[in-house]
Ligand binder design. Sequence first.
Ligand SMILES: [Zn+2]
Length: 427
Amino acid sequence: MGILIKDILAVLPGGVSRKCTLYIDGERIHSVDREPENFRADRIIDGDRKLMIPGLVNAHAHAYMTPFRNWADDLDFNTWLFKKIMPMEDALSSEDAYWGSMLACMEMIKGGVTCFLDMHMFPGCSARAALDLGLRAVISRGLSGGAEDPEGGLRRLREALEEIREFSGAPSLSFMLAPHAPYTCDEAYLCFVAEKARELGVGINTHLSESLSEIEDIKKKYGCSPVELYDRCGLLGRNTVAAHCVHLSPEDMDLLARRGVSVAVNHASNLKLANGIAPVTELQKRGINLCLGTDSAASNNSLSVLRELALVTLLHKGTSGDPMAVTAAQGFDMATANGARALGLQGKAGEIRPGFLADLAIFDLNQPGITPLGDPVSALAYSGAGLSAHTIIINGRIILENGEFTSIDPQRVYFEVEKTCARLGIS
Ligand SMILES: [Zn+2]
């Protein structure tokens, strides 16, 4: 299908914002401003009073957890996770997880996201939801295991491998292995998962150095930091995405930089669970690829990457006293190109360039909160947190148009998620 997007204000590579005309041919951007020979536009989008950006990337999410939104709040991390969330996860069915994932995908798409990295515990839930909505996704089954639960560890890994096989033909999906965290996997299991990932040629998605209690427990058990433990298990590399990374020593940061690990910053989740603030400016100084994640609706409680963009560009100014600490342009890169790089889409997505995948978010500028627009990147960082997308294109397909989903009925999704919550007694 050919799509022509006419005279639209766009954020182009290098943070340059200007009016342009975009030609999309099939799943890719064919050209910017230069009409291809014999181009046939099946669809024409008028860019008047609209802003187009490369689709946002949510580099850390648990889509199935949306039924737990606004339910277990104002709790410390360990009470929240072990006493509230984990028992409730055990009560979910895989159908519940699917509808929860559908809701998460809807929320992300409305918020301008075109690709996300998911960690789940119900095989197929987020893969099916992403396919049903047309959202690009990197899927990973959360893995926990070790000497205390050898059978469970093997079962979860088996499920991950089966899921990869089942969905391997879907061009908009890719996969990682996801050792959940250093406190839910023992060293032997972590090493085993690292070896499997190398064998399969897939990346690693994990939680790392999230809370102080994790740092203390790992130090007690292994005599090192969680980052050092992961390194000796062979889990740190260019295709590793480590979420959180709140509590890091300078040596940990050097090690993450040397190994080329991408760090997914999850400020809202870390703030709400009182885990602290990731040392973003220190990581930036070391040239680490930083991207943005929302974590789940149970800990955030929003899946808005634009809100994460606001947080990352505001927080570090306040804590450092330096107004240039994380600029709007740096934050925007984290939300787009850096996220694409972390998810294995470097040189393929995350920027509006000829040959790149047509993954685009278009916002209507007729909204009071962003009028006057001023600098578009500043607008997204500092006044864009509440914006809803007007049009979303993924893989050259229009999946949201005039704010409406083109392939699903949202009412059905709301109904099913409410039904889950009623059954679980959490709403
Ligand atoms: Zn998480």
